[in-house]
Design a protein around this ligand. Structure first.
Ligand SMILES: O=C(O)CCC(=O)C(=O)O
Ligand SMILES: [Fe+2]
Length: 174
């Protein structure tokens, strides 16, 4: 885990992520007026995309077959706009509403709405970005226990998996 000055490869990776997010949208960083259409096309709002530094905290996780990470929302000490680069083994990351863990469905509310899971396939080299509701209101988890890594009705082959998560710390307040 690194805080503050990131290793040079992570600085380079951050720059590549920024470039990949909005290919051809370089003008947005130069004060050009962004239209709603541009905002919709870009998976990160421009205030997050162009903040400096883009990221200042990095953690690399290595998982053996069968190992994953349980459902969580990332700590509030990190700013919005979190990037995960997924390497080596494909996996399914599942998103579920954070309040579904403790709340029973309100009267009139549907159980399926609050317990819905959104599976996301992360291939080697995939970039996952979390911002807004996905970052604050939804938990993410990777369950690599046997039988839990299904995609298109097929179980994914499990190998060692490495992920690099990049985040930005919020200024410290006590
Ligand atoms: O390994 C991953 O892809 C997820 C890591 C993660 O969610 C975290 O470190 O908070
Ligand atoms: Fe996380």
């Amino acid at each position: 885990m690194r805080f503050g000055d990131l290793p040079s490869w992570a600085v380079e990776l951050s720059a590549l992520i920024r470039e990949a997010i909005c290919v051809g949208d370089a003008s947005a960083g130069l004060g050009a007026e962004a239209t709603n259409e541009d905002e919709d096309a870009c998976p990160l709002p421009s205030d997050l995309l162009w903040r400096e530094p883009f990221f200042d905290q990095m953690i690399a996780n290595r998982y053996r077959p069968g190992e994953g990470i349980c459902a969580h929302v990332d700590l509030m000490r990190f700013d919005d706009g979190i990037a995960i680069v997924s390497l080596e083994s494909a996996c399914v990351m599942r998103f579920s509403r954070a309040e579904a863990a403790s709340d029973t469905p309100k009267q009139g509310g549907s159980a399926s709405e609050s317990t819905a899971e959104v599976p996301v396939l992360l291939n080697p080299g995939s970039l996952a970005l979390m911002s807004g509701d996905a970052r604050y209101l939804w938990m993410h988890e990777i369950n690599r226990k046997p039988g839990r890594q299904l995609w298109d009705g097929r179980e994914l082959e499990q190998r060692r998996r490495t992920s690099v998560t990049l985040r930005k710390l919020l200024p410290y307040t006590d």
